[in-house]
Design a protein around this ligand. Structure first.
Ligand code: 4NP
Length: 158
């Protein structure tokens, strides 16, 4: 999960998918992580407003620590998912040639027509963070269905 600062949107997506995987007993099969395209907040914990909004819905983000995307992410992960178009463009130019990871928008998995998860950082403490959670919860549910399908295909092939 990738956004600009790795303190608001991608930690939220990380925390939401992590919880969904735990609920399905899939934490040992599927790894989730998050990163930022920028260096602005490396080493920081998520924004307190993101932590509080997520906490109200039962997700725990406080242990996460921001880092920047690295080239090994494109080898280690099957999906490298951007929160907005700028993040996606950054990832597309950072991806090593021959990269096999699916580099796409998280919301390409959404049932919502919106393309991007709007950046809540410069807004007020309320609505923006709830909107992030609404969009991320919906798309992570759809993403999970896809991941489960891929896992069961892998098991059938073995
Ligand atoms: P994020 O939000 O990309 O969702 O983590 C932001 C956090 C910090 C900044 C911008 C966006 N910033 O400019 O510091």
């Amino acid at each position: 999960m990738v956004c600009l600062g790795n303190i608001c949107r991608s930690p939220t997506a990380h925390g939401v998918l992590e919880k969904l995987l735990q609920n399905k007993g899939l934490s040992d099969s599927i790894e989730v992580d998050s990163a930022g395209t920028s260096t602005y907040h490396i080493g920081d914990h998520p924004d307190p407003r993101s932590i509080a909004a997520a906490q109200r819905r039962g997700y725990s983000l406080e242990a996460q620590v921001a880092r920047q995307v690295r080239s090994s992410d494109f080898q280690e992960f099957d999906y490298v998912l951007a929160m907005d178009i700028d993040n996606l463009q950054h990832l597309e130019s950072a991806a090593p040639s021959g990269c096999k990871a699916n580099v796409q928008l998280l919301l390409s998995f959404s049932s919502d027509a919106t393309e991007s998860v709007p950046d809540p950082y410069f807004g007020d403490a309320g609505q923006g963070f709830e909107k992030v959670l609404d969009l991320v919860e919906d798309s992570c549910q759809c993403l999970l269905v896809q991941l489960q399908r891929e896992l069961s295909n892998t098991k059938t092939e073995q």
